[in-house]
Design a binder for this molecule. Structure first.
Ligand SMILES: Cc1ncc(COP(=O)(O)O)c(C=O)c1O
Length: 431
């Protein structure tokens, strides 16, 4: 609910923050000002309570302010862990060992603060490793805000043009300020389309292909059988570095990452969000031989990886506590049960809507099938109905991000009662 308190907060914040909101992707319609969150619920500044499926863009996998994660953070500070900015710490070593033990794609790793930093470093390292400059990205994928990847997300089909297969799409920036010369180095292809990857590789010296293994910034667009394996073998054939952006899929679908579920090993993998249940941390890991470029003995080949806040003890402690809670599989079994309950309920109350779900993450598409790529989605999904549903749900106390085709995320803090309450709200909204 946008009440007098939210109005006052916006009014005040607009004086010092352009638009009144930090991070412009949080400037939503309807606008909102949240005050607190616990478990599966968030409260806005005017006292409205919501069951949360936004999960801060899927960062909260255990639920907001999980007590064990909060305790670990307090303990780290009580024990006078601090940001030292020199040398190493036992804590960062513990986290690295834990992740290397459980994530098959990660032989060694670096710790950064955000997914964007990690994808940036992965692509820069790929260029250093291959001596090539071109990269392939997915139309409909999101890998962060930097120059290589701030493009081709929800590009209107009128601008994008018809499907090109095999073929490529020109760079459609989602930010101003990206140099024209840089844009020529980036080639977008449709997800699930191996022929187009091959097309680009034959035309340009490609350093890297970066993709989410499931496109989760346009809902849940899963890979076709053999697609990820196909990318793996094209990487071998054409000599590019395969980067899986698991910032969203990562620990939400399995502790080993989605790549472990599919038994496909990328060269680099990037994790964020669910890794520390909402605390700012990202992991860049992969083949040891490639990770060693960050400490290459030849300075001309060494890739600079630096960051004042890298492996800050607060998010590191949060990440260790989060991973410990994922070890015995109970969280995954719980969210799978809830996800299945939600999916079954949706199929009953909305038989004409396509439901795409992987474990705790799902999306409703107002079309007769789950899309295979952005062209399919943009041409067939009734975004207006989706937006209307989202708005009505927010009005009735269910928070989903108010933008068509954005992912819904269930957390371990949700209960069957939450799912049933949500289904009842959806049924009322659809009616
Ligand atoms: C798949 C994916 N990669 C990268 C990023 C960028 O991460 P960050 O916002 O932490 O920079 C995001 C953010 O939503 C994402 O969903």
């Amino acid at each position: 609910m946008f009440g007098p308190n939210a109005a006052r907060i916006f009014e005040n914040n607009k004086r010092h923050i352009p638009g009144g909101v930090v991070s412009v992707n949080r400037a939503t319609d309807p606008p909102v000002a949240f005050q607190r969150a616990k478990g599966a619920y968030m409260w806005d500044a005017d006292g409205g309570r919501y069951i949360d499926y936004h999960a801060a863009f899927a960062a909260h996998f255990l639920g907001h302010n999980d007590p064990d994660v909060t305790r670990a953070v307090h303990e780290a500070l009580d024990q006078d862990h601090s940001l030292f900015g020199a040398g190493t710490t036992e804590l960062e070593g513990e986290l690295a060992a834990m992740i290397c033990r459980h994530v098959p794609a990660v032989e060694s790793l670096q710790v950064l603060n955000t997914g964007s930093e990690a994808t940036y470093q992965a692509l820069r390292a790929a260029r250093a490793i291959t001596g090539r400059d071109h990269v392939i990205v997915m139309q409909g994928g999101y890998n962060g805000w930097h120059n290589d990847v701030a493009c081709n997300l929800m590009t209107p089909l009128a601008a994008l043009g018809p499907r090109q297969s095999p073929g490529e799409y020109k760079f459609h920036a989602i930010s101003a300020g990206i140099p024209e010369t840089h844009q020529h180095l980036v080639h977008a292809v449709n997800f699930n389309d191996l022929d187009s990857v091959e097309f680009v590789c034959k035309k340009y010296p490609v350093a890297a292909l970066i993709t989410e293994p499931v496109l989760q910034n346009i809902g849940i667009v899963p890979p076709r059988a053999e697609y990820l394996e196909g990318l793996r073998s094209l990487a071998g054939h054409y000599g590019f570095v395969l980067v899986f952006d698991e910032v969203k899929t990562g620990f939400r679908h399995a502790l080993g990452g989605y790549s472990a579920l599919q038994s496909v090993k990328p060269d680099f993998a990037v994790y964020g969000k669910a890794v520390a249940n909402g605390y700012p941390i990202a992991i860049l890991g992969g083949k040891r031989e490639y990770m060693d470029y960050f400490v290459h003995p030849d300075a001309a080949k060494r890739v600079l990886l630096a960051g004042t806040y890298n492996a800050h003890p607060v998010p590191v402690a949060a990440s260790l506590a989060t991973i410990r809670k994922l070890l015995d599989g109970a969280v995954y079994r719980h969210v799978e049960r809830l996800g299945a309950r939600m999916e079954a309920g949706l199929r009953k109350i909305a038989p004409r809507v396509a439901v795409s779900r992987i474990g705790s993450a799902f999306c409703l598409y107002f079309m007769d099938h789950v899309p295979v790529d952005w062209h399919d989605l943009a041409a067939n999904h009734d975004a207006e109905s989706d937006n209307r549903l989202r708005r009505r749900l927010i009005e009735s106390g269910v928070y989903v991000f108010p933008l068509a085709a954005k992912q819904w995320s269930i957390s371990a803090a949700h209960t069957e009662a939450d799912i049933d309450e949500t289904l009842a709200a959806i049924e009322r909204a659809l009616a």
